[in-house]
Write a protein that binds this ligand. Structure first.
Ligand SMILES: CC(C)(COP(=O)(O)OP(=O)(O)OC[C@H]1O[C@@H](n2cnc3c(N)ncnc32)[C@H](O)[C@@H]1OP(=O)(O)O)[C@@H](O)C(=O)NCCC(=O)NCCS
Length: 237
């Protein structure tokens, strides 16, 4: 009924779980009651938007709709056409440790994250989490590759690509405020297409939030298609 989340519980310092709802028979009221009895402090509920009754019940039970998560997918054609010429500004980030430039970009990438939106987080969970994710990406802990777009010594954009699964995943993408709308994001994603092809992966996916209109526009302009939407609620118990 509730899946205990070890990493999240350890990171936040309180018991955190996930309720993953797949069909209309699910008893959300019972699940929340169970969560309270089991000492959960926070439960995420993933609910398809078409399960209208469960969405309604979740709000009545105090759930906060913190994210309408969108998965965008792109099937990379075997011959990439119309991509920008390889930019000499794009490099693999090969230093072993984070720098403040990358931390700042990582935090910009999560502006619409539910960990930033939900005001019940009180201990800078969002900033700490995005810093850890970037740190993990840089150290290659989860088979991530980190591409950076450099202007002089300054990192103007970053893209972390996860290559662990057959489909590659864009985990982090951000272009610094001062460098936006100059095709840097486009060039980083095109480079990610090429990296994916080298790894014999023909599909690339990325998760974003419906509220992040700019990112949605950006991915659609790049040819990504919306594959799935999931409503995410936070229940503080
Ligand atoms: C999304 C983001 C990476 C785009 O990077 P960028 O370098 O500014 O984007 P590009 O210049 O390559 O833009 C390509 C297209 O995306 C769309 N786009 C980009 N910024 C846009 C904006 N502010 N408003 C509307 N459309 C926009 C446009 O269609 C644009 O094409 P055009 O300039 O020919 O109209 C950048 O806005 C960003 O870092 N945002 C904050 C972090 C974030 O949301 N990351 C995604 C998390 S999943």
């Amino acid at each position: 009924m509730i899946h205990f989340l070890e990493w999240d519980s350890h990171f936040f310092g309180y018991k955190t779980g996930l309720i993953n709802i797949l069909n209309a028979d699910f008893d959300i009221k019972q699940a929340i009651k169970f969560g309270k009895e089991e000492g959960y402090q926070l439960c995420y509920a993933y609910i398809p938007p078409e399960l209208k009754l469960i969405n309604q019940q979740s709000i009545e039970l105090g759930g906060i709709l913190v994210d309408e998560k969108i998965v965008f997918c792109y099937d990379i054609p075997s011959l990439l056409e119309n991509v920008s010429p390889l930019s000499p500004n794009i490099h693999y980030f090969q230093e072993a440790t984070l720098n403040s430039n990358l931390v700042r970009l990582s935090i910009q990438s999560g502006k619409f994250s539910r960990f930033n939106i939900d005001q019940n987080f009180k201990n800078q969970e969002f900033e700490r989490m995005y810093t850890v994710w970037m740190q993990n990406a840089v150290t290659g802990k989860n088979d991530d590759k980190v591409l950076v777009y450099k202007v002089g010594q300054q990192i103007a954009g970053v893209l972390a690509l996860n290559t662990r699964l057959k489909d590659t995943n864009i985990e982090i993408l951000a272009v610094d405020f001062n460098y936006r709308r100059k095709s840097i994001g486009t060039q980083l994603v095109e480079r990610a297409f090429e990296e994916s092809q080298l790894l014999k992966s023909n599909t690339i996916q990325v998760v974003t939030q419906k509220a992040n209109k700019i990112a949605c526009n950006f991915y659609q302009k790049m040819g990504f298609e919306m594959a799935k939407i999931t409503n995410i609620y936070h229940f503080w118990l």
